[in-house]
Design a binder for this molecule. Structure first.
Ligand SMILES: C[S@@+](CC[C@H](N)C(=O)[O-])C[C@H]1O[C@@H](n2cnc3c(N)ncnc32)[C@H](O)[C@@H]1O
Length: 212
């Protein structure tokens, strides 16, 4: 019996973990919690907005799309976002969520600023013809101490895609593009080989910004 199944439901596509009682993973940019996050100060107060240096039509490559929340938030602030996701299943869930957002009067404009590409960012970054203005990277955090474990839908995502052991290679590839701004989201206590130009720190995570 396979552990994970991809299921069609009335609400859209969802990923079920048959070994867990948790809710299936379903991406919905219209859910109440996320809508609240989008509306609260238009997201401009979010650390990610400052880390990326958002302005209308800024071109951002999100190398680690995941549940698409960071990309959607950046698009809601006027950025044009290309998101890369290497998991085929995640890419299908994202595609489904974006098509539902495109059909929603209030979200269509935001969703229209996002382009999803299924593939590995390490390869895809090397194929860019123009230097990306901003590159954003949010790899799957390594398993942490019990009291600091990821919550909710991130848990099932982590069980499904595992750890992004090659995150350092991805950061080096991002720097090698010559992009003026590379933004790396990390757990607050993470230690890396990279020395950022500056960091923005929250309660549990931080954004390391590399200006080149
Ligand atoms: C922590 S999640 C990102 C969460 C995301 N920022 C959000 O707002 O939902 C990391 C995701 O990046 C993807 N990923 C990691 N390395 C990648 C790579 N080299 N290329 C494409 N996708 C990658 C993983 O499959 C996973 O879905």
């Amino acid at each position: 019996m396979s552990r994970f199944i991809l299921q069609h439901s009335d609400a859209g596509l969802r990923l079920v973990d048959r070994f867990s009682r948790q809710h299936p993973l379903h991406i919905n940019f219209m859910d109440a919690g996320f809508s609240f996050r989008l509306k609260r100060g238009g997201g401009r107060k979010e650390m990610i907005a400052k880390a990326v240096g958002v302005k209308p039509r800024l071109q951002v490559i999100d190398c680690t799309a995941g549940l698409g929340r960071d990309s959607f938030l950046l698009a809601s602030l006027g950025c044009d976002v290309v998101m890369f996701e290497r998991s085929k299943v995640l890419a299908l869930l994202l595609e489904d969520a974006i098509s539902r957002a495109l059909a929603n009067e209030q979200l269509a404009e935001i969703a229209g600023r996002i382009r999803l590409v299924h593939g590995d960012a390490i390869q895809l970054l090397g194929c860019q013809t123009n230097t990306p203005q901003v590159i954003f990277i949010d790899p799957m955090f390594p398993t942490r101490k019990k009291n600091a474990q990821v919550k909710g839908e991130m848990q099932i995502l982590q069980r499904f895609v595992g750890k992004d052991e090659d995150a350092s290679t991805l950061v080096r590839c991002a720097m090698a593009t010559g992009s003026k701004r590379v933004v790396l989201k990390r757990p607050i206590a993470a230690t890396d080989d990279f020395e950022p130009s500056f960091s923005l720190k929250g309660k549990s995570s931080r954004f390391d910004i590399f200006l080149q």
